[in-house]
Design a protein around this ligand. Sequence first.
Ligand SMILES: Cc1ncc(COP(=O)(O)O)c(C=O)c1O
Length: 462
Amino acid sequence: MLVDGGGCLKRTVTDGDLRRLLLAGAALDDPLSRLPACEPKTIGPDAGAEQALALMDRHRVDHIPQVDDAGCPIGLLLRRNLCSPILLSTPHLGQGERGFVDDAFRTNWIAPLGPNVDAFEAELAEHVGVGHAAALSSGTAAIHLALDLLGVGPGDEVFCSSLTFVATANPVLYLGARPIFIDSEPDTWNMSVNALERAFEDALRRGRMPKAVVVVNLYGQSADMEPILALCNRHDVPVVEDAAESLGATYRGRASGTLGRIGIYSFNGNKIITTSGGGMLVSDDGELVARARFLSTQGREPAPWYLHRHMAYNYRMSNILAGVGRGQLQVLEERVTARRRIFERYRTLLSDIPGLGWMPEANFGRSTRWLSVCVLEPGVSPVRPTGFIAALARQNIEARHVWNPMHRQPLFEGCQYFPYEEGRSFSDEALENGVCLPSGSNLEEAQIERVCAVIRDALSHR
Ligand SMILES: Cc1ncc(COP(=O)(O)O)c(C=O)c1O
C-alpha cells in the first residue's frame, strides 16, 4: 500500500503493476510515481466480510485495503482469509461416533432410551470416577433437575457464581427461587471463597440459609473446591458443580464435576466434546441419580397404567445422540491435549506483546483450556476488548467477550451480589479486559498463526 506523507492511501501496488512497469522499460530503482494514477478500491472501517467479498467480486480483485475515516490504511483484507472463517469453538468428530449412531439406526433404538444411553452413562461415570450418571437433553436441564432434586422451590435462595453463562442461573428462576450472586477470584476466575464467606455471614444475620450453592468451573478450569466445600459443609448447604465447561479438567487429582453433591456436564455444540446438544447429571448418590432419571421422563410411576404423582419433565437424551457422545468420549483426552496446546501456541507466539496477559491456570489441577482467554491490560494495551474483537471480525476471525456477569444482567436486577472484596468486583474486571479466542481442538497451526498475526497487528496500532 502506497501512502502519502499524511499516511493516507494513494494506491495499491501489486506484483502485476511492477511487472507491467518493468516491461514498459522502467528500471528497478525508478520511483513508483512512474505508475499511472489509479484510484484505490477501499472499504471502510466498519465493513464486514460479506461486504468486502462483494466488493472484491465487483472489481475482480482478491484483496481490498481497509481504511479508517481519514483514508489511512488499517488493514488488508484477503479473499482467501475471508472465505475461511475461524470460529470460536466448533464440533470436532472422532472415528467412533458413526459406528454407535449406525448401531442405533440398525437396531431401531432411536428413542430417548436404549443401549447407547445406558452405555454413555456408564462410560462417562467411569471416565470421571463417579458412582452414577444420567444422560439428559442439555446441561441446563441437568442444572434444573439438580436444583429440583435438592428441594429448591418458590421463595428459596440459591447462591450462584456470577461470572458465567446465563444457563447456570436460569434454572433458579424456573423453580421460582432467587439467585444471590457470588463473585470470582483472580487466581482461578471462579467462585471467591471470600465472597462466599461474606454471603453466608449475611444469610446467618438474616436467618435465611440458601437451599444450594451452584459453583461454576469456568472456561475449563475447576474452582478451588476444597475451601468452598468446607464452607458449604459447615453450613450444611449442598453444592451443585456446574462443570458444563470443564469436562476433562482435574482438581487435586479428581475429575472436575465430581466434587459437589451433584455435578453437571454439557455436550452443547461448542463444548470440548459434544452430542450436538445434551447434558449429564452425575453424583455418587445413586438414589438422587435414579430420581433424576425418573423426573427426566415425565415422572411416570411404576404401574401397569399411566400414573403420575409429581410434576416432571421431558429431559432424557436420545439414543442417537448418546451414540455421538460415546464416540466423543473416546477422544476426550486428545481434545484436552489439543486445547491446551492451542493455548500454549498463543502464549508463546504472542509472548513479546506488552499488555497482553492470559487467564491463569491454578496450581491445584489441570485446566482443559476449553477456551483460550486473553487479557488486555488497561492503560498498556492500545485497544479495548470491543475494538479488538471487531479487528479480528474484520478478518473473519470469531472472538468473544468474557461472559457478562449475572449481577449485571437486567434479568437479575435487584438480586444481591457479593464482590470479591468490598469495592472490588473481579468479574467486572474480567469482562472489561478479557477476550475469548478461537480455541477449537480442530484448529490448524496455520489458522493459529493467522489469528496471532491479526492480534499482533491489532495490538501494535496507534
Ligand atoms: C457454564 C455453563 N453452564 C451451563 C451451560 C448450559 O449447557 P447447555 O447448553 O447444554 O444447556 C453452559 C453452556 O451452554 C455453560 O457454559
